[in-house]
Write a protein of this length. Sequence first.
Length: 223
Amino acid sequence: MIARPLGQCAAWWSARWNCQFASVTDPVAVGLARAGSALAKIDDGELRYCSTQQRFANWAVELAVREADLDTFFDTVIVCTVTGSSHAGMIVGFALEDRNDRRVIGIDASATLDKTIDQVTRIATNTAELIELGRPLRDDEITVIAGYEGPVYGDPDQQTVDAIQLAARTEGMLTDPVYEGKSMAGLIGMTRSGEIPAGSKVMYCHLGGQPCLSAYAGAPGLG
């Protein structure tokens, strides 16, 4: 079950991405509803009713407001992409600006790249319709980068471990082997390769994941 940090909804979570909607007759579900939690079905990352993608669209709009307040501009946004809702919401939120000088880059951590791109595209398209963007999303607005996902979802490779260690050592920032370690590896790799040019202003979106670190205490480089 997902708790409701930062206003997110509660729902039953299965071992697979395709999850079952909590029955309204289930006593725990009824208790959550009475307590004011919003129940949702999660289907390949798309949360219905209580929408992660809508929240991240709002996040993008708020970031643009803060940029104006601070007289700055982040030309590159990096986010981990697996189920796609967070990334898709950001795409649509920034699309409201209708500018072409900001890249929203999802670093694939799913190891199922084609499926992930399809999910991000579908969720972003549906969200654009929901918030009445008023235009089709451009192909260049949907970017998912492979090469940092490791052998399979949930398994870190050496570049993931190196990224986790570098972020901790130089920034005091905890990242995990499932999500943010891989997106951090992507940020580091793309910077070193020049795919993110020198002088860029990068916003790295840290989505959490630290609670799983203890499960990897025996992994080489993470113990």
